[in-house]
Design a protein around this ligand. Structure first.
Ligand SMILES: [Ca+2]
Length: 278
């Protein structure tokens, strides 16, 4: 066996040379966080939520889906009131939304089209196209990041909308598919996994899932029959508030993450390969 110091030097050499080292071993345990509800807010139960992003001063931008029912809306966090709404024409099924400078970007499901709106007026000021389906979208400060329901995330230049790279997402069981609504939070990409109560916390550098958030039971059982799945993550960076909701959910929740017993702190920074090794 290599001495520890030599092994680390070997790893650094491999990284420098671009050799891929699997990050997960049979002994890797990905922490699973649970949650504590901080506040419960009203949410339009007719909203088929496909995208959610915090704007400012207790307002959020929400994108809703379904053909003939898709909208872009500005909502009041505390009351759930719709402050502004823009319907999408029937050929378009609205999906994720994100903010970029003074604009809102809304992607669509199978129409290969993203709409660019003026953030204040909701006036459509541009479009761009992409090859895949559009599911979730977020902005990491450099790139627009989009999911398409696969295990791949797509990074676009926010000015030219050229695709600049892709990222394969995986955990200790292999590719993680059905990546849906996204939010970039403190250096990590959070992604709803469609049809589950789970959110993956993804390293934007490696694509590795570095933590899971299990939101099972967040929506009380009586509402689960009429509601659809968890979908919608928003983050208020100024006040460090995390919000989640779902399709046809009557509530929008501010939650805090609760670490598993074996882990001492929330996943607030990406883990590096060396940290995995050590
Ligand atoms: Ca989001």
């Amino acid at each position: 066996m290599l001495p520890r110091s030599l092994f680390l030097i070997f790893c650094l050499f491999c990284l420098w040379g671009g050799i891929c080292i699997p990050q997960y071993t049979p002994h890797t345990i990905i922490p699973v966080y649970t949650y504590r509800v901080v506040h419960t807010y009203p949410h339009d139960p007719s909203a088929f939520t496909q995208g959610l992003v915090y704007e400012k001063a207790d307002t959020l931008i929400e994108g809703t889906g379904l053909y003939g029912q898709s909208t872009l809306r500005r909502i009041n966090l505390r009351t759930g009131t719709i402050l502004d709404i823009h319907p999408l024409p029937p050929p378009y099924f609205g999906e994720g939304v994100t903010l970029y400078k003074d604009t809102i970007i809304q992607v669509t499901y199978k129409e290969h089209t993203a709409f660019v709106y003026d953030k204040e007026t909701f006036e459509q000021i541009g479009t761009f196209t992409y090859d895949t389906e559009g599911w979730g979208v977020t902005f990491d400060g450099t790139s627009i990041i989009m999911s398409d329901g696969s295990a791949t995330l797509y990074f676009f230049d926010p000015c030219t909308f050229e695709k600049v790279k892709t990222l394969s997402v995986y955990d200790d069981n292999g590719p993680v598919t059905l990546l849906n609504e996204l939010e970039f939070i403190k250096g990590e990409i959070y992604a709803n996994i469609w049809l589950t109560d789970r959110i993956a916390c993804i390293s934007p550098h490696s694509g590795a899932v570095i933590a899971w958030i299990d939101l099972e039971g967040l929506l009380p059982e009586p509402f689960q029959e009429t509601a659809d799945v968890l979908n919608g993550i928003a983050y208020d960076a100024q006040k460090n508030r995390l919000f989640v909701t779902g399709k046809f959910w009557p509530y929008l929740y501010e939650i805090e993450l609760v670490p598993p017993d074996s882990v001492g702190s929330p996943p607030d920074s990406p883990r590096t390969l060396i940290e995995f090794i050590i």
